[in-house]
Design a protein around this ligand. Structure first.
Ligand code: GLU
Length: 278
């Protein structure tokens, strides 16, 4: 059965861009006679706040959305995500990386994007020493080990029914190398977003991931994780991002465009829909 979701992080108030995404997913579920799931992605405990979650529920209800109960909160399932990391670890697919952000940034000018990191496990004695010293580390997915486990990446693809930022559509071949050895967990962020998303999408029976094109690159990483974890791959429908009158996409900093401000200024869901062409 068709099932899609809206998966906001409660790190700020929802704005017009979120409304567009949530309504697009909700309308698709209605048209298909399928399920619509709301998921609260609050694994980043340092940035997530309960008052933002409460505001999200209120704003989405105001928009006219209805979703399945109970709402899944990622922070309540950390043990499941860690179990998945343990399983990958037992298969030799993840390793401890002790490099600090500073070390990773050596030689990089502030305007340059971070270079995708590729590494390898340390020798057992050095690792034991560093652990004994209490040094912080991140669990990283080894692309080399992943490639061996899957017998290469050539068969890895996902179906894009919408489009990526450069018009990518149709059957998309996955390029896992672009992101390097991604972090699956570390001290400050116990579980990385990608891992939680693929596990939850599978658990919740999501058949269609409908979201903004800013997450198109994430689909490459998520498809790789699905293959490694033996999870089904949903169909993807990335949509273009709504831009404001100044041509810039809406962001959490645009206070005047939050749904609560718009509502306070007399906006109605119908007018908002019409303005967004929905
Ligand atoms: N939680 C993510 C965000 O707020 C969205 C995740 C997704 O749709 O896959 O941007």
């Amino acid at each position: 059965m068709f099932a899609t979701r809206f998966a906001p992080s409660p790190t700020g108030y929802l704005h017009r861009g979120h409304a567009f995404s949530a309504l697009t997913a909700f309308d698709a579920a209605r048209r298909a006679g399928g399920r619509f799931v709301l998921r609260i992605e609050d694994i980043d405990a340092t940035r997530s706040r309960p008052e933002y979650e409460a505001a999200i529920l209120e704003d989405l209800a105001w928009l006219g959305l209805e979703w399945e109960q109970p709402v899944r909160r990622q922070s309540q399932h950390l043990a499941d995500y860690h179990a998945a990391i343990d399983a990958l670890r037992e298969r030799g697919l993840v390793y401890r990386c002790f490099k600090t952000r500073k070390e990773l940034d050596i030689g990089r000018a502030p305007h340059e994007p971070a270079v995708p990191y590729r590494g390898a496990p340390l020798a057992a004695d050095e690792e034991a020493e560093r652990l004994a010293r209490g040094e912080a580390f991140a669990w990283r997915l080894s692309l080399d080990a992943a490639k061996r486990a899957l017998g290469g990446f050539s068969g890895l693809a996902f179906v894009e029914e919408g489009a990526g930022p450069n018009g990518e559509t149709g059957l998309i071949a996955v390029r896992p190398e672009t992101a390097g050895d991604i972090v699956l967990a570390r001290k400050d962020v116990g579980v990385a977003y990608h891992l939680a998303v693929v596990l939850d999408d599978a658990l919740q029976g999501i058949t269609h991931v409908i979201r903004g094109e800013d997450l198109f690159e994430a689909a490459h990483i998520q498809r790789l994780l699905q293959a490694l974890l033996g999870l089904p791959t949903p169909t993807y429908r990335h949509h273009g991002l709504l831009v404001g009158p100044d041509g810039r996409r809406y962001a959490k900093r645009d206070k005047a465009q939050t749904l609560r401000e718009l509502r306070a200024a007399g906006m109605t869901p119908d007018v908002l829909r019409a303005e967004m062409g929905l």
